[in-house]
Ligand binder design. Structure first.
Ligand SMILES: Cc1cc2nc3c(=O)[nH]c(=O)nc-3n(C[C@H](O)[C@H](O)[C@H](O)COP(=O)(O)OP(=O)(O)OC[C@H]3O[C@@H](n4cnc5c(N)ncnc54)[C@H](O)[C@@H]3O)c2cc1C
Length: 331
């Protein structure tokens, strides 16, 4: 009886970068002595950085997807379900068909794309920030014969701040390879101010690289709406950018379940202790894009946070080893 009560149940929400790393590490470190459970609505882990390669036809969906059940080799039970609720008083997560209780809960639910937050986005813009939309954009690019391609970003957080720059450069390379670059103008807009400073500063370097490729940059451009009939991006103060093909990053927000349960209180996610990743609720932690950390919303960050949290939880549960500090390496 005493042995049973020492057995801990660690539930991980989300099988993206953070969730998979946390589950793998905890499964390895705790073995069969404890229960590690990972829950995601999808059957597969999807490697989102490769969406840009899907966009230009260099990757297929199967190349960047792995079935989450592979984790069962690492002592992780995988449940495919929508996560509908979290109750910290009962230490319980509500799924479609069951409720799962936990001793420790790790939320790694990422950010959700919310095209509905920009009027006209659904009709007017395409993007490679989800698999389906990356595939649709690929078709549009294949049919594109010339004109003005506008790449841009919204207000608020989004997955991987440097990725819109990579997207412009990959489009530049794509059109060069197709012999179409002379017939394509590429513009980029961002809400950020024009970067200044040392040439090795990443944002200064990225700005210079876009200029070198002949991309026209529009800084401090804040999108209000997209007029898909006139094919114009409408910015604040009557700044307008006409386009033939618009590739805009959709706004992102925390998962609805995290907002509904009161854990995510701002658009940038769940407030956490920067050292321990602990949320306001006992034994509930947040990592990756859903955690409101002073760091990029990036898989590299999610991975580092998952490593450290898994180590520290394993130390707490087993009483073996020493906890480590979180030292993030990011831009
Ligand atoms: C185009 C692009 C390029 C990128 N490039 C890079 C790069 O070069 N380097 C880098 O470090 N990062 C990059 N990223 C960012 C990186 O992919 C994310 O930061 C990372 O995936 C975040 O990991 P996560 O675990 O926090 O969330 P995610 O990977 O988003 O995983 C969240 C998981 O939660 C699941 N989920 C959410 N809500 C629910 C629910 N209610 N019920 C059930 N399941 C749910 C989702 O299905 C998903 O599997 C890029 C992203 C994109 C889109």
């Amino acid at each position: 009886m005493q042995l049973l009560s020492r057995r801990k149940k660690i539930v991980i929400l989300g099988g993206g970068c953070g969730g998979v790393v946390a589950a793998t590490q905890l499964g390895r470190k705790l073995g069969a002595d404890h229960d590690v459970i990972l829950i995601d609505r999808r059957p597969d882990h999807i490697f989102m950085p490769a969406f840009l390669f899907v966009m230009i036809g260099e990757r297929q969906p199967r190349d960047i997807s792995r079935n989450l059940k592979i984790l069962e080799k690492r002592n992780v039970r995988v449940i495919q379900s929508e996560i509908l609720g979290i109750d910290p008083m009962r230490q319980e997560v509500t799924l479609e068909k069951e409720k799962i209780n936990y001793d420790y809960l790790i939320t790694s639910l990422g950010l959700q794309t919310r095209p509905d937050l920009v009027p006209g986005f659904a009709e007017g813009s395409q993007h490679p920030w989800e698999m389906e939309s990356a595939l649709r954009l690929r078709e549009s690019l294949e049919a594109f014969r010339g004109g003005r391609v506008v790449v841009g970003v919204p207000l608020g957080p989004y997955r991987c701040p440097p990725a819109p720059y990579e997207a412009q450069w990959m489009l530049d390379g794509y059109f060069r390879q197709k012999g179409l670059r002379e017939r394509v103008q590429i513009d980029y807009f961002t809400r950020d101010p024009e970067p200044t400073g040392e040439a090795h500063d990443p944002v200064v370097w990225m700005n210079a690289e876009s200029q070198r490729r002949g991309i026209k940059l529009h800084y401090e451009f804040v999108v209000r709406a997209i007029d898909h009939e006139k094919k114009v991006v409408q910015g604040l103060y009557n700044y307008n950018l006409p386009y033939d093909l618009l590739v805009m990053v959709p706004p992102h927000r925390p998962a609805q379940v995290l907002i509904d349960c009161g854990l995510a209180e701002s658009e940038t996610g769940i407030r956490v202790d920067y050292d321990t990743l602990q949320t306001k609720w006992d034994n509930v932690y947040a990592i990756g894009d859903c955690a409101d950390m002073p760091a990029s919303k990036a898989g590299g960050v999610a991975h580092q946070e998952a490593d450290v949290l898994a180590h520290n939880l394993a130390v707490e549960i087993t009483g073996k080893g020493r906890p480590v500090d979180l030292w993030l390496h990011t831009i």
